[in-house]
Design a protein around this ligand. Structure first.
Ligand code: NAP
Length: 248
């Protein structure tokens, strides 16, 4: 089967590392991103240099019309999606719950929960034999925050990842008989630009002393787990959570 992967938020961090590994595994690749054209095109050049057929598509995953356009572009340029990595995510500034605005909570939930559910919907419309598809794979990028709760920092974010976990469980059972596996990775503190969004770009280095392994994780270490879950080597996994928290 041709391997066509859509990586949401593929222009930076964990998504970009996943795109590079996917290129080495023979996938045709769609790098989705929200705004940073230059970063997306840098990753595009990197995966093309590895011999992959690839496109970069700017689309906001919190908006279904943009998701529809994203998957149509993939259909037309790469063929129907066989692997979806629901990786795009956001977090707000470090705050207690009594300081959160409705707008900020909605932004977090729309990007981190609505986005993955709608992207999965449009992937399933192409993967499921009900619609003429041949099966496929979905990996959701959750967080160890889903089981730790992130008190005093961003409980709204942690709750959004809790929703991703429950969505992973439910969808995996819904699709298990249709040749579609659905799994999740739960990273801990990973060195990416994500932490600047919470107002603390140096967060991972500062927190290294409280990580049992004594160090933050690299995006490539998370990408390895994602690519393994997508591969036939993980053929009997579905509804599985792979934690990459260095012991947290
Ligand atoms: P990152 O470096 O901040 O990259 C985020 C990516 O998502 C960028 O490509 C960004 O595009 C894209 N994006 C954001 N909102 C989007 C939207 N509405 N539509 C489409 N694309 C969007 O983040 P990361 O650290 O690699 O995190 C990736 C995932 O891992 C997230 O789900 C995050 O919650 C999860 N995670 C990260 C850590 C960590 O320590 N880094 C820990 C646990 C879980 P632009 O650059 O164009 O805006």
């Amino acid at each position: 089967m041709d391997k066509v992967i859509v990586i949401t938020g593929g222009s930076r961090g964990i998504g970009a590392a996943t795109a590079v590994l996917a290129a080495q595994q023979g996938y045709r690749i769609c790098i989705n991103y929200l705004a940073d054209d230059a970063a997306a095109h840098e990753v595009l050049a990197q995966v093309r240099a590895l011999g992959a057929q690839a496109i970069a598509v700017r689309a906001d995953v919190s908006d279904e019309e943009e998701i529809v356009r994203l998957f149509i572009e993939v259909d037309e340029q790469l063929g129907p999606v066989t692997a979806l990595v629901n990786n795009a995510g956001t977090v707000g500034l470090k705050s207690r719950v009594d300081e959160l605005s409705e707008l900020r909570i909605m932004h977090t939930l729309k990007t981190n929960v609505l986005g993955p559910i709608l992207c999965a919907k449009h992937a399933v419309l192409r993967m499921s034999p009900r619609y003429g598809g041949q099966g496929g794979n979905i990996v959701n990028v959750s967080s160890v925050a889903s089981r730790l709760g992130s008190p005093g920092e961003y409980v709204d974010y942690a709750a959004s990842k809790g929703a991703v976990d429950t969505f992973t469980l439910g969808l995996s059972k819904e699709l298990a008989g249709e040749g579609i596996r659905v799994n999740a990775v739960r990273p801990g503190y990973i060195f990416t630009d994500f932490h600047a969004l919470s107002g603390d770009p140096g967060r991972v280095s500062k927190l290294e002393p409280i990580i049992p392994m004594g160090r933050g994780g690299r995006p490539e270490e998370v990408a390895e787990a994602i690519i393994w879950l997508l591969s036939d080597k993980a053929s009997y996994t579905t509804g599985t959570f792979l934690d990459l928290g260095g012991g947290r």
